[in-house]
Design a protein around this ligand. Sequence first.
Ligand code: GRG
Length: 298
Amino acid sequence: MVHESFMGWMTGIQQQLESTLEHCLPGSQIEPRQLHQAMRYATLEGGKRVRPLLVCAAGDLVGASSANLLRIGAAIEMIHAYSLVHDDMPCMDNDVLRRGKPTCHVAFGEAGALLTGDALQTLAFELVSRPLDGVDAATQLAMVRTLAHASGHAGMAGGQAIDLASVGVALSLPELEYMHLLKTGALIRASVLLGAMAGRPLADEETERLDRFAKCMGLAFQVVDDVLDCEADTATLGKTAGKDAANDKPTYVSLMGFAEAKRFAQELREEAFAAIEGFGPSAQRLKDLADYIVDRSF
Ligand code: GRG
């Protein structure tokens, strides 16, 4: 159950993240204006900001500075925004609605959307590689490497490739899980890991437990996404509902049925909680976020 003090913390982070993104994105009056306007259009004022929230909650656990966490969170949100822009394009998911407004290619054309995604991705890496207060160069290099690994062929882009090849294919549950571990899970894991790398050094065993938490959360996020795609309406989601079934895509709901998919999400939450039990009260934000991810309605 999501409680009031968590809601206050979440709203505060979302507002600070918005200012950070606003500050880090190129101004809409700077040339090339159309590209900069499209980058801002795709990134500002939208989305739940789950990944930056995970960065901040994991960073809290290790006493990381909030300025560092917000910059890392903004960078990961830019990678996420780029993935949505490209995913919505006619050559991929071909959708016209995202975050309650026309998708980037509808507003700025296909070439504009392609460049917007490219520019958001590279700006994200620029942001993570600028000096971070109190973080040594070797750790920062490891952050860049972790984010690159999670975004590329062995992570999000690889998962998207498997997804595109899976339309109309009867995937098994382990195959579906593998696809989502890459497509959605890798960036969620990177969010937790980068947040945790920004503070006091952790023992390998502590990092492994955080990674287990993040892996469960990545999968739970996707299971809930599949359930909502069937249960919620387009206005609530801010994106076209029911697309998975319409596109004949394998999902947790199509493979397991509703009740079992919902039960699986609860099970993943319990597993995630168990992974971080040893951290004590400093892991409360992560637990609250896990509740938010599993209990969300959009
Ligand atoms: C194009 C390389 C490339 C990758 C695209 C993430 C992705 C891969 C595609 C998005 C398609 C999709 C609907 C995936 C399901 C899970 C997901 C990432 C949902 C959208 O993320 P939210 O719910 O969105 O965090 P907001 O708008 O809240 O940020």
